[in-house]
Design a protein around this ligand. Sequence first.
Ligand SMILES: *Cc1c(COP(=O)(O)O)cnc(C)c1O
Length: 370
Amino acid sequence: MNKIWLSSPHMDGEEQKYVQEAFDSNWIAPLGPNVTGFEKDLEKFLDHQHHVAVLNSGTSALHLALILAGVESGDEVICQSMTFSASANPILYQGATPVFVDSEKNTWNLCPAQLERAIKDRIANGKKPKAIIAVHLYGMPYDAETVNDIAEQYEIPVIEDAAEALGSVYKGKKCGSLGTMAIYSFNGNKIITTSGGGAIITKEKNLKEKAVFYSTQSRDPAPHYQHSEIGYNYRMSNVVAGIGRGQMEVLKARVAARRSNYNIYREMLDSREYIEFTPEPDGYFSNRWLTTILTPSYEIRESIRLSLAEQNIESRPLWKPMHMQPLFLKYPKYLNGVSEDLFDRGLCLPSGSNLSVQDLKRVIGGICLK
Ligand SMILES: *Cc1c(COP(=O)(O)O)cnc(C)c1O
């Protein structure tokens, strides 16, 4: 039986047209019409309210967002603990200290109560956090209104990690437009992909220009190569941006397909009392990047995962919270038990937009307890 993957790339055909144009015009460098075009596509998607710079990964976008927020060595940065490590690693790139905050039960994202407790406690300890990294996990928006209220009260910028949430909407606003700055990822497993890539989203044009400057080695305006600031090689190439332009044309369809996966799983698994889904709170629209389930215990979760693996079906435990990672154990954390419980009992099911109903039925049939 063929392997069913968790989330595999889904190309449409139009991508090759743009890539071919890059080859035909010999624009193979990290600048050119596809880079500009992809940025325009994303700015249009965000209703022309934001400026976008495309980069070689979501991780580099987060790194530049921290630099633009002024995060330096010795600073503290609050980060949602329940996330992929790429949300937190750039804090260490800057020599700063991550402060991990637990999740709320309904969205699995940054818990406002723990966030406020952390900010107050860090200030009492003598250091106000320099930034807050909030994540829309698996495409489910975080409670942006409450998070922004708290951030504004303490005047701390929010870096919105929308790597998993392109196409998700929170109270009428698109994910990627909710933070002081935001990032997308176009990695191979994301809802649309450029094979690898990312974007930084800013409200101010000069911040975008600054991001482009840093991402292309921080070259001063001079006829020779002159540098006054640390530079990075983070820009997206014109070839890869061509894939992105093709993928933007099918984003809507990709979101619809992922949401349909979720609905089919939910309908067909509803009668199994050992499987629990995560509904959207009022006003939340998730792209359902991955369909996730909760089981009653670690043992049941593992029994499902292993039975799927035996049938050549890939599934995956939820992200292991950052405060439990060997790399991050020593850093401050503000916990309420939610993320550890989710990690124990949760599972991601195959969720690619290219799965057939037959594939989904094979997964559903494969979910059995031993
Ligand atoms: C994928 C991902 C990233 C990193 O994006 P890359 O493009 O792979 O560098 C960051 N944060 C989250 C939550 C992600 O899922």
